[in-house]
Write a protein that binds this ligand. Structure first.
Ligand SMILES: *[C@@H]1O[C@H](CO)[C@@H](O)[C@H](O)[C@H]1NC(C)=O
Ligand SMILES: *[C@@H]1O[C@H](CO)[C@@H](O)[C@H](O)[C@H]1NC(C)=O
Ligand SMILES: *[C@@H]1O[C@H](CO)[C@@H](O)[C@H](O)[C@H]1NC(C)=O
Length: 501
């Protein structure tokens, strides 16, 4: 009998019912005490796990660690096709090659058409004219327009170190190029300068906005990325140049710059998500979905961001398939397009699969680097989090990839997450910058689930730059990421029921 169907009349009936409930509870308590057991919650890893979970996890890891497939393929793809901005031929060629390779693994792959924006950088340069002549490296920000009338513009520079300073000096901005020399305080915070810097400066009559690259570290690297639509051109400059402009201004030196940009937006074009699927043997309509994105910025080979993410998902599917493992539920890896400047791939996937929202056990994205995996974040219920924590402990602790940490998730899957699908991200550490799990100087964030501060990761040294190339990645770490994702997704697919909401 469910409480919802028990209709109470008036007060005394209700009191009687409450008394009966209380007595039943006492009886139950006594029974479990006398039987000497602590009652298990009905939904737990112990009650939900597949009998072969450990054996299958070991088989996946063994197969993963004896291969270099993800790295070899990613190296080929990034070397051969290069940067893959939405709307480019290189992206389509890379998708074609990837699709053929997936088929050659004996996997099934579907193409899901997606309409994507098409922004084109064209030629661009900046030259400092005063107090000395010098080339200023720039990278136009995605979505920017070009300089007016297809000509260079020449203007004085005004440097600010924050939006507060911009407001304080709003009367001096008219006719100037505003340079933002903001301190890096973590990607998700400091990105607001890249996104809204031009919009805020144009309000006060700026003719262009140059934004210090959003990164914890630079070797004169320029980091592009998307920016909100504005009526003035906007580009990233190096940390070094931004700081030099600040010093010049502090000395009272006149700074004059020449800026030329051809950036423009063409009509939308058709591209596609690639969807690799292994049908569920028992519950084919219930799905576990995970993915990364195939597009990259136009100046970056996009090995880290996010060719690696897309390819470790594919590699996870290859491993499950090559071992002949049959998941209870359907497992789907989505190689999304257009994460960088529009997220139309994620949106299209959501729209095409909206009827599956309640049948999607979990969605996992990997778009934060593919170094040594230490677990996943998780945005669902506490009950599901506890189960996953126990699952990770039993199946992935010995490679250290079984932690369940914060509650963030990636852009491509966000449409599903916002509709209540439990979501997560693959979490990895870059050992190049030391043992930052145990180094307090490198910071921890995201209470109540402390984890290394992603903003300090070497991922953001290279992200959206020409330096995002395959040599930053390791074949072993990519296979670890693929193994971790294969074990997480396959084991969740094999639980007796869907993860509880
Ligand atoms: C990708 O493959 C399709 C199907 O073979 C072909 O029609 C298309 O032209 C290819 N794209 C490019 C950019 O070559
Ligand atoms: C999903 O479940 C919720 C809650 O039970 C329900 O309101 C919603 O209509 C369902 N959506 C679909 C697409 O079935
Ligand atoms: C959690 O991460 C730490 C640090 O990388 C690692 O030592 C530990 O083994 C991981 N735990 C699990 C359950 O994987």
């Amino acid at each position: 009998m469910s409480a919802g169907r028990y209709a109470f009349g008036h007060h005394s009936d209700r009191r009687t019912a409450a008394m009966i409930c209380f007595l039943m509870l006492l009886l139950q308590l006594q029974l479990s005490i006398s039987a000497g057991v602590i009652e298990m919650p009905s939904y737990s890893w112990e009650t939900q796990k597949d009998v072969n979970a450990q054996r299958d996890a070991h088989a996946i890891m063994e197969a993963a660690f004896s291969s270099r497939s993800a790295y070899e393929r990613l190296a080929y793809m990034t070397d051969t096709f290069g940067p893959r901005l939405s709307g480019s031929t290189a992206l389509e060629l890379a998708l074609n090659w990837t699709k053929e390779e997936i088929l050659s693994d004996g996997l099934s792959v579907q193409e899901e058409p997606v309409k994507v924006p098409c922004w084109v950088r064209g030629k661009e340069y900046a030259t400092l004219r005063s107090p000395r002549v010098k080339n200023v490296r720039i990278a136009g920000l995605g979505g920017s327009i070009g300089t007016p009338n297809g000509e260079p513009l020449i203007a004085k520079v005004l440097v600010v170190s924050s939006f507060d300073e911009l407001e304080a000096r709003k009367n001096e901005i008219e006719g100037h190029v505003v340079v933002y020399n903001e301190e890096y305080e973590g990607y998700s915070t400091t990105i607001s300068y890249r996104l809204t810097g031009a919009q805020r400066a144009e309000k006060y009559g700026a003719v262009a906005a140059l934004v210090r690259s959003v990164s914890p570290f630079g070797l004169k690297t320029v980091h592009t990325g998307s920016s909100n639509t504005a009526s003035i051109p906007t580009a990233a400059i190096t940390k070094e140049d931004a700081q030099m402009f600040s010093r010049m201004q502090a000395r009272g030196q006149d700074i004059e710059i020449e800026l030329y940009m051809e950036a423009h937006t063409l009509p939308d074009q058709m591209s596609r998500n690639l969807i690799i699927e292994i049908k569920g043997a028992k519950e084919p309509d219930e799905v576990i979905v995970f993915g990364g994105h195939m597009d990259s910025w136009d100046i970056a080979d996009g090995a880290m961001d996010d060719g690696a993410g897309a390819y470790v998902c594919w590699e996870a599917m290859r491993l499950i398939n090559s071992l002949g493992l049959k998941p209870r539920r359907t497992i789907r890896a989505v190689l999304f397009v257009n994460e960088e400047n529009g997220a139309m791939g994620g949106q299209q996937y959501y729209q095409n699969h909206v009827n599956e929202v309640n049948l999607t056990s979990i969605a996992i994205e990997t778009d934060e680097g593919n170094f040594s995996p230490y677990g996943i974040s998780f945005s669902g219920s506490d009950e599901a989090r506890t189960l996953l924590t126990n699952m990770g402990q039993e199946l992935l602790a010995h490679i250290g990839a079984g932690n369940v940490t914060g509650d963030d998730y990636g852009t491509d899957i966000s449409y599903m997450c916002e509709q209540g699908v439990p979501c997560g991200s693959l979490k990895t550490l870059d050992p190049r910058i030391g043992d930052y799990a145990n180094n307090p100087c490198l910071g921890f964030s995201n209470p109540p689930y402390p984890e290394p501060d992603m903003g300090k990761s070497a991922y953001f040294w290279y992200h959206h730059t020409e330096a995002d190339t395959i040599d930053k990645l390791s074949p072993e770490q990519l296979q670890h990421c693929a193994a971790a994702l294969a074990v997480w997704t396959f084991s969740i697919a094999n639980l007796h029921s869907l993860l509880p909401r």
